[in-house]
Design a protein around this ligand. Structure first.
Ligand code: GLU
Length: 510
C-alpha cells in the first residue's frame, strides 16, 4: 500500500439504529485512518428505498459524535468527493450502468417476479447466471428492437452484471489472507432497477469506493461474500490498479454461546446492543442504548476496541489516542469475538474511577434531585461520592451506595439486626452517644482512636459494637470506612441517628 493515501469509509445503510457491531466497524476504520494520517469518510448507503427508516441517519451521526469517532468527509462535513448520500448520486450510477451495458458487461433483464418464481419451481437451485440467462427474457435473448420497444412501453427492468463462469476470483484480505472463490457460484447480480431508478447496493457501493478513492474496505465479516463482486466490477470498469485492500472483521458473537449477537440477546440478558436509545418510528418500541444506560463514551470505545483486537500486550485500559497508536490488523482475530457485556461494565467502572469527585457529584445531582434530596452543599456530595465510587459501575449506582449520606435509614436490615443488635446493644449505644458527645475533634482518625480505646477499655466486642454503630447510622452493615462517614455527616447527625436506632430497632430472637 506504499504511497497510497489511506482513505477509509464507514458506509451504513439507514435502515434502523446503528448496531453496536456497526459501531465497532466504524471505530476500526477510524483508528486505522488516524494512525495513518488518512481520511475517514461517512457514506450513507440509502439506495434500498424499501428499507429506509426516518431518523436513522441522524441517529448514526449522533452516535458517532457521542463516541468521539470523528468524520472527515460526509453528508454533514462535506468534502471533495460528494455527495456522500447515495440517493443523491443517481446520475453517477446511471452513467456507470450505461458504461457496463455499452461494453457488453451487463445486460437488461425484463423477467417479472412471477417469471422468476416459475423458473425457480421448474429448475432446482435455479440461479440467474451463464447457465440460465440464455433462457430468460433479457437483452441477450431479445432483439435490440424488442428491448427498445419494451422499455419505451414502460416495462420494468433491471440491469444485471454478466458474470463469466469458471473463473477463480482472489480476494486479498488483511485478516483472512487470500480468499479464493469460483465465479460459477455467483449469480448475475442486479446492479440497477428501473422501477425506482436506483442502483442496488452492489453497484453503488463499488462505484463509490472507486470514485471516493477508498484505499481500504474495512467492514464486518458478513460482507465477505460481496468481495468477489467488488473484484469483478473493478475489473469490468478497468479500475483493478486501484482495487482497495479488504479487511473483514470478525463477527460479534452472543455472550453465552455460538451465533451472531442480536438484539434479542440484549433483551434476554439485559444489556443494550445500540449506542443510543432508539425510538422506533413505526412500532414506537424503545430499545435501550449505552449512553442512556449510563456508559461513558470512552468506556464503550475501549470495550469495543478489544472485541476482536488486542494490543499485543496485556494492556486493557486504553484511551482513544493509545488505541490509535497501537491499532493493527495483525492483532485482529479471525474468529468471532464473544460479546462479554460484563466486561463492558467493568470498563465503565474503571473509567468512572478516573472522574474527579466534583464532576461525579455533578453527574449525581440530577439523581439526587429526582429523589427529592436537597440542601447538601457540593463539597458534601463530592466527599460522599468519593467514598463510594469504588463500588459503582454506573453513576446511577451512586444512589444505592450513598443514599444514607442524604436520608436517614427508614428501616434496618433484618439479618444485620439478628447478628449485631443484642439485648444490651441499646445500653452500649447509649454510652457511645455520650462518648461521641465528648469528642471535640470529630475527624475520622481522632474519633476512631477514641472510640476504639473506649471499646478496649470496656472489653466490648469490637465487631459487635462497630457493626451496631454502622447499622444505626447506615441502616445496614455495609459502606465505606465508618469514621469517614461520621466525619462527613458530623457529630449531630451521627448522634441523632443512633438515638433513632435505639428507639426503633428491636432485637430479633432467632
Ligand atoms: N451499506 C453496507 C452496510 O450497511 C455497507 C457494507 C460495506 O461496508 O461495504 O453495512
Amino acid at each position: 500500500m506504499e504511497g497510497k493515501k489511506v482513505r477509509v469509509r464507514f458506509a451504513p445503510s439507514p435502515t434502523g439504529p446503528l448496531h453496536i457491531g456497526g459501531v465497532r466497524t466504524a471505530l476500526y476504520n477510524y483508528l486505522f485512518a488516524r494512525q495513518n494520517g488518512g481520511t475517514m469518510i461517512l457514506r450513507i448507503e440509502d439506495t434500498d428505498s424499501n428499507r429506509f427508516v426516518p431518523g436513522a441517519e441522524d441517529y448514526i451521526n449522533e452516535a458517532l459524535a457521542w463516541l468521539g469517532i470523528k468524520i472527515d468527509e460526509g453528508v454533514r462535513e462535506g468534502g471533495a468527493y460528494g455527495p456522500y448520500k447515495q440517493s443523491e448520486r443517481r446520475d453517477i450510477y446511471r452513467k456507470y450502468t450505461q458504461q457496463l451495458l455499452d461494453a457488453g458487461k451487463a445486460y437488461i433483464a425484463f423477467d417479472t417476479p412471477e417469471e422468476l418464481e416459475a423458473k425457480r419451481n421448474e429448475i432446482a437451485n435455479f440461479q440467474y447466471d451463464a447457465s440460465t440467462r440464455g433462457s430468460m427474457r433479457n437483452s441477450l435473448t431479445l432483439s435490440a428492437d424488442e428491448v427498445k420497444s419494451l422499455i419505451d412501453a414502460g416495462e420494468k427492468y433491471v440491469v444485471r452484471f454478466k458474470i463469466e463462469p469458471n473463473r477463480d476470483i482472489v480476494v486479498n484480505d488483511l485478516i483472512r489472507g487470500e480468499v479464493k472463490i469460483n465465479s460459477s457460484i455467483l449469480d448475475d447480480k442486479v446492479l440497477y432497477k428501473s422501477a425506482d431508478d436506483l442502483p442496488t447496493y452492489h453497484l453503488a457501493n463499488i462505484v463509490d469506493d472507486h470514485l471516493m478513492e477508498v484505499s481500504h474496505v474495512i467492514r464486518g465479516e458478513e460482507w465477505l461474500p460481496s468481495a468477489p463482486l467488488h473484484v469483478l466490477l473493478y475489473e469490468a470498469f478497468g479500475w483493478t490498479d486501484t482495487m482497495p485492500q479488504f479487511v473483514h472483521l470478525p463477527l460479534l458473537l452472543k455472550p453465552d454461546g455460538k451465533g451472531k449477537l442480536s438484539k434479542r440477546d440484549g433483551d434476554r440478558l439485559g444489556f443494550p446492543v445500540f449506542p443510543l436509545e432508539w425510538h422506533d418510528p413505526k412500532s414506537g418500541e424503545i430499545s435501550s442504548g449505552y449512553r442512556e444506560s449510563g456508559y461513558l463514551p470512552e468506556a464503550v470505545i475501549n470495550f469495543l476496541a478489544l472485541l476482536g483486537w488486542n494490543p499485543g500486550d496485556d494492556r486493557e485500559i486504553m484511551s482513544m489516542d493509545e488505541l490509535v497508536e497501537a491499532f493493527s490488523f495483525d492483532h485482529c482475530s479471525r474468529s468471532g469475538a464473544k460479546f462479554d457485556f460484563e466486561k463492558g461494565k467493568w470498563f465503565n467502572h474503571k473509567y468512572l474511577q478516573e472522574i474527579d469527585d466534583d464532576t461525579l457529584a455533578d453527574l449525581f445531582a440530577p439523581i439526587l434531585a429526582d429523589k427529592g434530596v436537597s440542601g447538601f452543599d457540593k463539597a458534601y456530595v463530592s466527599k460522599a461520592v468519593g467514598m463510594v465510587k469504588s463500588r459503582i459501575s454506573f453513576v446511577k449506582d451512586l444512589w444505592e451506595q450513598a443514599a444514607f449520606f442524604f436520608v436517614r435509614p427508614g428501616s434496618y436490615a433484618e439479618k444485620d439486626i439478628k447478628k449485631r443488635w443484642k439485648e444490651d446493644t441499646p445500653r452500649i449505644m447509649g454510652e457511645l452517644i455520650d462518648l461521641l458527645e465528648s469528642i471535640e475533634d470529630f475527624s475520622s482518625k481522632n474519633a476512631e482512636d477514641i472510640v476504639l480505646s473506649w471499646i478496649t477499655a470496656h472489653e466490648y466486642h469490637t465487631g459487635n459494637v462497630m457493626n451496631a454503630f454502622r447499622l444505626a447510622v447506615v441502616g445496614e452493615c455495609k459502606g465505606p470506612h465508618m469514621f469517614d462517614i461520621t466525619e462527613l455527616m458530623g457529630k449531630e447527625e451521627t448522634i441523632a441517628r443512633i438515638k433513632i436506632a435505639i428507639e426503633n430497632i428491636k432485637p430479633i430472637n432467632a
